[in-house]
Design a protein around this ligand. Sequence first.
Ligand code: FAD
Length: 445
Amino acid sequence: MERFDVVIVGGGVSGSIAGIAAARNGSRVLIIESMGFLGGSLTNAGVNPMMTFHAGDRQVILGITNEIVQELVKIGKSPGHVKDPGNFTATYTPFDPEAMKYVLEKLLRDAGGKVLFHAQLQDVVVEHEIIKNISVLTRTGTSVLAASVYIDATGDAELATRAGLKTRLGREGDEFTQAMTLTMRMDNVNVEKLRKYVLTHPDEFWVDSDKFKRAERISVAGFKKEWAAAKAAGEISADNGRDYLLMFEANNPGEFVFNSTRISGYNPIDPWSLSDAEFVGRRQCLEIERFVKKVVPGFENAHVIGTGPNIGIRSSRQIVGLHTITGSELLHQIVPEDTIAISGYPIDIHDEKTSNVKKLPYGGFYGIPYRALVGREVANLIVTGRCISATFQAQSAIRTTPTVGAIGEAAGLAASMAAISSTPVQKIDIQVLRQKLKANGGFIQ
Ligand SMILES: Cc1cc2nc3c(=O)[nH]c(=O)nc-3n(C[C@H](O)[C@H](O)[C@H](O)COP(=O)(O)OP(=O)(O)OC[C@H]3O[C@@H](n4cnc5c(N)ncnc54)[C@H](O)[C@@H]3O)c2cc1C
């Protein structure tokens, strides 16, 4: 049985950054990932851009998450943080997903961390509140692995659930999980033609014309009338809950990512339901491709590069940790004493039919407490990413990639500290963790 200091299940952005942080702190680290690359939703579900590193004019996400952007910029695979021409957030950060896969793994390997791809968590052995080992299913069968401390970065709290942590699914009361989206990428778009159309019809879009005119990469939210007409004609199916087109120009000029399918009523942790959702997403993407080629100026010669490849899951299980973050805490801009990451992203729930957004005042931000990363039941398990302890409403805010990256850095460092000092994860010195995060360039107040 191979032994590590820290084993992380899930190599999404949060798990990858946790791995980099723990390895840089001197721990022997392994990330177990079911796909053949790191990045999670950023690389396996086509999510783009990262949103947002800023609260108003102030950059609040720094540390390793920002270092990744700097690495991407250096190799020409991201323009860096650009102003949001739609004013939804202050900035967002387009990137190239292939380069993202590379940079995450390069930083992990440079720090001495290892990754096991094509490996799926299978089983967990817990004795006296300690995870003794886990087994993973690989091409050669089952492998048993052990660590001093484990991190659940699966997005769906898979390891935590199997280890016996209390979890909940979706919205309190009815277990509704946010709408899923299969993203789609198209390239060869005539951006100047599209830009001109938006600028001459500003009332039809959520747009700040001044910023839009100068934007290095544009995003477009609108075509509401045309969308409604297509729905009435049956060209866009009624089960697509969106009522407008939303798309972002990615790193490569003229390439757009669509966040315009909306697949509701499916269960992200039931494989049969998820399989059906993938097919609905595929149909909705085809409808959107036809729609933009017919209706949107600049798309006449555009073509589809790909979808997802997987359907994107915004919310599923949350652990019930020592503290559960609430929407009210975020809106009141609470920064608790055990804050390990700061974010200014709004509450952003994708309902069946609408987006339910509650913004903070310009420049406002809130803190993510360490207590939301640990449960009561297991002494050597930390949870990171979109499945930490938060209400349905709060999760919709803390789930985006810069924030889960910053949470991941804290989770990795905390796991490494607990492994080095043989301390239960609930009892590590959080003020030392905070000092180390600051010393490593983090912003946590
Ligand atoms: C459609 C959509 C649009 C979004 N738009 C934006 C946006 O514009 N900007 C933004 O910043 N954020 C956006 N988000 C949110 C953001 O992408 C995610 O919340 C974030 O990437 C979650 O990161 P994570 O590391 O917590 O989890 P994930 O990205 O879900 O990563 C989990 C990883 O764990 C692996 N895994 C899971 N189970 C197992 C297992 N049993 N064994 C081994 N490996 C396993 C998975 O393969 C995956 O790689 C969007 C999300 C969606 C779905």
